[in-house]
Design a protein. Structure first.
Length: 574
């Protein structure tokens, strides 16, 4: 069977295009210029997270047009639609960040609703900024129609006084400026040169981490997630994805055939190998949840423990995504991991072939030093580590890539919101050696589990990034560096230990052993829990209220519905 002979009697679009009763439905399609031939073909949803919020998303609509040409060339009928994006760089450091993680689930929900409402047969999803990548992939495995993911591509690096920079440098420049280490003129210049093109943040922050995941998990075509947004070669990947989706329909290869337990382990492996964003420990369990697979933060951390750190990428290293693409791309990374036994090669992918088959003709590039061979790593254990202890019974996560010291102990300095903490940091109202605690910023307590990049970058800019530790039940940006522990669970809003801390409590963190503890007895913690009272929230209506009612723990991905394990019929089988 090929794309020209696909039987629509088994596809969702039969409900809108086949038979006399569907004459009114077809009338709407004719009104948009479709021919009877196009109406009779499979209908492919082309979902884009395009908007004018930030450079991450601005090129997606143009790329979607190329995708549509590829679908049409392979005898499919593309139907384009857009969904939302909340761009973290714009939302960072204020109340807008409460919308970020919530947007992931809204993206997945809105794509599901559009696909269900119009009975499309397959999905190609284009995404740019951080939460839009997992949101789009979540919708794919939830719907389980043939799907291909396309990353819009990374931004090109900026240049400031002869050195390569990213948006991370601008956030840290705010901290430098606050202590007089950067002039007004230099701050004005760096903000104007840091982002010179379309594309998502250029280092191995959350967007590029999840783009790497997309290839490793098998939902994106090889090499497609590495090419920067301005590169014309992106059109070739977009066109090829449009063509390939028709083959997946013909062969009935679905996302849940691709996203298996082994594929999720492959995804966690590339996160750790690249020193990727800690947010992956939130998004991989959420993707797994859509499939009905149990794969939580501790499962992710188990993979991190045994994976070498081999890609010398910012923020802990020297290079950006453009550099890795030009060195050989994500397949170069995957090839060496596969050869040394760190990847499952038998996982099927969106090419219709296995990981091992995709890697067969990938050759190692000795002329580059962006990616090290897996048997000669930068460090023997991964760039991201899971933690557990009496302060985080449900776990926590820390990025250790580029960190010289991975053990810290000090007195707690507690803040009940990011704003409180940022004000203290701006005024340098803290002491070196303290463990700064930001709580009531978890999924329920935020609500929305904000990232803390503005605060961590300010600390780094003030020159104390390695002299304090910071823990939160919220999240950290992929651009965060230093001893910063996120996803501490249970969160403060539900009475977790982080909400019981007092200033001066001694906190011990050991990223080598994977532990995080407070020097309090079980009896003392129990006594404090008895006295603890829930905090009132200002968010008593709207989407943030709704999110807080349904969201689960960070350990399981902060998901908002029962998931694939509870469904009786997925959309693909209607």
């Amino acid at each position: 069977m090929d794309a020209k002979t696909i039987d629509k009697s088994k596809l969702p679009s039969r409900y809108t295009t086949v038979g006399p009763a569907r004459a009114p439905h077809r009338s709407y399609l004719y009104a948009m210029g479709l021919s009877s031939k196009e109406i009779a073909q499979p209908l492919v949803g082309v979902a884009s997270c395009w908007n004018e919020a930030a450079p991450c998303n601005i090129s997606l609509m143009r790329q979607a047009q190329v995708v549509k040409k590829g679908v049409a060339a392979a005898n499919g009928t593309p139907r384009e639609f857009c969904t939302i994006t909340v761009t973290d760089g714009i939302a960072m450091g204020h109340q807008g960040m409460k919308s970020s993680l919530v947007s992931r689930d809204v993206i997945a929900d809105s794509v599901e609703l559009t696909m269900r409402g119009h009975c499309y047969d397959a999905l190609i999803g284009l995404a740019g900024c951080d939460k839009s990548l997992p949101g789009m992939m979540m919708s794919m495995v939830r719907l389980n129609v043939p799907s291909i993911f396309i990353y819009g591509g990374s931004i090109l690096p900026g240049t400031f006084k002869g050195r390569q920079i990213t948006i991370q440098d601008v956030f840290e420049a705010v901290g430098q400026h606050s202590v007089g280490d950067m002039s007004d003129a230099d701050l004005a210049e760096i903000e104007q040169v840091a982002c010179p093109s379309a594309g998502s943040c250029g280092a191995q922050f959350t967007a590029n981490t999840m783009a790497t995941v997309a290839e490793a998990i098998g939902l994106a075509l090889p090499y497609s997630c590495g090419a920067p947004a301005p590169y014309e070669i992106r059109d070739r990947f977009c066109f090829a994805s449009g063509e390939k989706i028709m083959e997946l329909i013909a062969r009935n290869i679905r996302p849940r055939d691709i996203v298996t337990r082994k594929a999720l382990e492959n995804a966690a492996t590339v996160v750790s190998a690249t020193g990727g964003s800690t947010n992956a420990a939130l998004h991989l369990p959420a993707i797994a949840h859509e499939c009905g697979i149990e794969f939580d933060l501790f499962d992710v951390a188990e993979i991190f423990e045994k994976t070498p750190y081999i890609a010398d990428l910012k923020p802990g290293g020297r290079y950006v995504a453009k550099d890795m693409f030009e060195a050989g791309g994500i397949p170069l990374l995957m090839k060496t991991l596969l050869e040394h036994g760190y990847l499952h090669g038998d996982c099927i992918t969106a090419t219709g072939r296995t990981i091992a088959e995709n890697m067969e003709y990938v050759e190692w590039n000795d002329a580059q030093d962006v990616v090290r061979p897996a048997n000669n790593p930068i460090t023997k254990t991964g760039g991201v580590v899971g933690l557990k202890g009496n302060l985080a019974p449900e776990g926590a996560i820390v990025k250790v890539a580029g960190m010289a010291n991975q053990v810290f102990s000090g007195p707690a300095r507690c803040f009940d919101s990011e704003e409180e903490c940022f004000k203290a940091v701006t005024n340098r109202d803290y002491k070196e050696g303290e463990v700064i605690v930001i709580r009531y910023e978890g999924p329920k307590g935020g609500p929305g589990m904000r990232e803390m990049l503005a605060t961590t970058a300010a600390l780094y800019g003030q020159g104390v990034g390695n002299k304090i530790a910071l823990i939160t039940d919220g999240r950290f940006s992929g651009a965060t560096r230093g001893f910063c522990i996120g996803h501490v669970g249970p969160e403060a809003a539900v009475g977790g230990p982080i909400g019981l801390l007092k200033d001066g409590d001694i906190i011990d963190i050991d990223a080598v052993e994977g532990t995080i503890n407070v020097q309090l007895s079980d009896a003392e913690l129990a006594e404090r829990r008895e006295a603890w009272q829930p905090r009132e929230t200002n968010y008593t209506s709207g989407v943030l209220w709704k999110y807080a009612q349904t969201v689960g723990t960070a350990q399981k991905g902060a998901v908002t519905h029962p998931g694939g394990a509870e469904e009786k019929q997925c959309y693909a089988d209607i």
